[in-house]
Design a binder for this molecule. Structure first.
Ligand code: NAD
Length: 475
């Protein structure tokens, strides 16, 4: 085992858990990396008590004072950049470069948090002679962030720096499949000067998630994960009158027109479907081929064959995920899809016990097939042929999800029509992973998001605060 048992972090210290643990396997080679606690609810209570004690002093600081901690933290993220990228690589299985990209994004969001003093300057107006109204944003108290396995550094940073800089105390519950990066995050926040109790990491499984939803001291919850769990968390926690933003899964459609630039569209589509081994909520899933785009399909197949598992294509998270993805491919073939590139059975030399699926391209998929309807979460592209743009939009709009959609064309009018009518929160024009960069917010629509607003960007300020309206007159 490369690393010692993972500890929980609360009250400014790391605590070993005296109870059941789960093996953490590296998807790269299947080896046991560490063991993570399946914490009891008593540990969550202890973190909430520590946060309660820390909240008055932390929230009492000015936001400019609080932001200084995140300037320090940003420098520490840069100092430990390679270490963090490597942890992500080891515990998630993505390539080292993809780990680096994730840490770079965590830094970018930390920079956004550093700008919050500028963004939250209040409003003031003399509403009648001698009477002034003023608005200020105040923190909620103790809040929680529940995160998935696929971005162990980036997704926790969608919430940590923003919620904390706005004056809240935050409890992070990372995925039990990727618990290691969060511990290093806690260490760096402490080194940056964050007071004890303000940030906690409680490791565990669904029992801790359920306890967070029920916890009387937790005011708001941000959840990122699959749609069924996002729905459960949203319903359970809002029934306890908590503020909740729950981001769910996705099934992203790419509408490819015959006038698209062949080489760049094909390369971009393969990056989108196979990057991070397809384990991105922004990954290309279904390509809607409008008319004759055979030249683009041919290029896609060539680019997919250049994705080499264990080299420029990382692992998927677990053996179960590998079997699930391969199962989807097999079923699609049985239902009549044509397998243009088959990524099943990938076993990179030296990593035979790792969990790999090669880039896979399926043609002649029909909308009613299981692979066209469900989230596969692997490096698999399903090509569905349609006769025109209207049919493509109808299929995109019919998806219950609504995270991202992309159009590939060189015609501005076609692009703006598709941008206007696609039913998704994030749209790309010749961009296969249309993740908004800061200060723009990240968030989908429909079954990809329950609650209001985006998780990052300006609307995150509203989520993590409540506004106080002050009317003043002096006689
Ligand atoms: P998941 O839903 O299985 O787990 C997410 C979190 O919920 C984890 O912390 C896990 O411990 C917890 N959890 C799991 N099952 C639970 C249950 N039954 N009750 C309560 N808590 C439970 O998701 P995952 O497999 O870790 O991540 C992949 C999913 O996340 C994909 O569906 C992907 O699309 C989605 N995702 C969405 C976004 C987005 O922004 N919309 C971003 C990243 C990932």
């Amino acid at each position: 085992m490369k690393y010692a048992n993972v500890c929980n972090y609360f009250g400014g210290g790391f605590e070993a858990f005296d109870g059941p643990h789960l093996d953490v396997l590296s998807p790269l080679d299947g080896a046991v990396l560490s063991r993570t606690p399946l914490s009891s609810t008593a540990v969550l209570d202890a973190a909430a008590t520590a946060a309660d004690a820390a909240f008055p002093e932390w929230s009492g600081r000015t936001i400019k004072e609080r932001s200084q901690v995140f300037y320090n933290y940003r420098s520490l993220l840069q100092r430990d950049f390679e270490h963090l990228a490597n942890l992500v690589h080891e515990e998630n299985g993505k390539t080292l470069d993809e780990g680096r990209a994730e840490v770079a994004k965590a830094i970018e969001i930390t920079e956004f948090a550093c700008s919050l003093p500028q963004m939250t300057a209040g409003e003031v107006l003399e509403v009648s002679a001698g009477v002034e109204c003023r608005v200020q944003q105040t923190p909620l108290g103790i809040v929680a962030s529940i995160t998935p396995f696929n971005f162990p550094a980036m997704v926790p940073h969608w919430t940590i720096p923003i919620a904390l800089c706005l004056g809240n105390c935050l409890i992070l519950k990372p995925s039990e499949q990727t618990p290691l990066t969060a511990g290093h995050t806690a260490q760096l926040l402490q080194e940056a000067g964050l007071p004890a109790g303000v940030f906690s990491v409680i490791q565990g499984d669904k029992r801790i998630v359920e306890a967070i939803c029920e916890h009387p001291r937790i005011a708001a919850i941000s959840f990122v994960g699959s749609t069924p769990v996002a729905k459960q968390v949203y319903v359970r926690a809002t029934a306890r009158l908590k503020r909740v933003l729950a981001l769910g899964g996705a099934k992203n459609h790419l509408i490819v027109l015959p006038d698209a630039d062949v080489a760049s569209a094909a390369a971009n589509i393969v990056d989108s479907m196979a990057g991070c081994a397809g384990q991105r909520c922004m990954a290309a899933a279904s390509m809607l081929a409008v008319g004759d785009v055979q030249n683009i399909i041919d290029e896609i197949c060539q680019a997919a064959r250049r994705m080499i598992p264990g080299k420029n294509l990382g692992a998927v998270i677990s053996q179960a995920a590998m079997q699930r993805i391969e199962g989807y491919i097999g079923e699609a073939e049985q239902e009549g899809a044509t397998l243009l590139v088959d990524g099943r059975g990938a076993r990179p030399a030296g990593c035979e016990n790792g969990f790999y699926v090669g880039a896979t391209v399926l043609d002649h998929v029909r909308p009613e097939m299981k692979i066209a309807r469900e989230e596969v979460f692997g490096p698999v592209l399903s090509i569905i042929h349609v006769q025109n743009q209207e049919q493509a939009l109808a299929l995109e709009n019919a998806s219950p999800y609504g995270n991202a959609a992309t159009v590939y064309t060189q015609n501005g009018q076609t692009a703006s029509e598709i941008v206007r009518r696609a039913s998704a929160g994030m749209i790309g024009v010749n961009v296969g992973v249309p993740v908004p960069r800061e200060p723009f917010g990240f968030g989908g629509w429909n079954d990809s998001r329950f609650g209001v607003g985006d998780i990052t960007g300006k609307s995150s300020i509203g989520f993590w605060t409540q506004s106080k309206k002050i009317t003043t007159r002096w006689s």
